[in-house]
Design a protein. Structure first.
Length: 131
């Protein structure tokens, strides 16, 4: 009796429960981003990106991870931010995305209160008190 084995990488991913939409191992992600793989590992250790892992612990970078890493590359390379600055900028960016999403869902009556709440959250990311 023979056991059917997955014949392709796609079959193995499908059977492992890993989605098939644009996942890249570290070497491919590094090539796409024109970065050294060690830089990607450094950003992961700093908590800036969290690639998924295979059962064998290979890092798999999604399209979303690639977009985030491009933003990080811009912040570091073009704007000269260090890791702490990137963390702060990404925190502010995430807060602004959240604020935009919540503003789209809120009614006009609640708008002022909602904006104040969102701004307070953004100031808390900066660890500054609003006046």
């Amino acid at each position: 009796m023979s056991v059917d084995r997955p014949s392709t990488a796609r079959d193995r991913r499908r059977l492992s429960g890993i989605p098939d939409d644009g996942l890249y191992v570290i070497s491919v992600a590094a090539r796409l981003l024109e970065m050294h793989p060690q830089t990607l590992r450094k950003y992961e250790r700093a908590g800036l990106v969290r690639p998924s892992r295979t059962v064998g612990m290979l890092r798999l970078y999604s399209e979303e991870d690639i977009i985030r890493l491009r933003l990080i590359k811009h912040l570091v390379g073009d704007l000269g931010l260090n890791i702490a600055g990137v963390e702060l900028a990404l925190g502010m960016f995430n807060q602004m995305l959240k604020m935009k999403s919540e503003l789209n869902r809120s009614e006009k009556n609640d708008l002022k209160e909602h904006i104040e709440t969102c701004l307070d959250e953004m100031f808390s990311v900066l660890r500054v008190r609003s006046s």
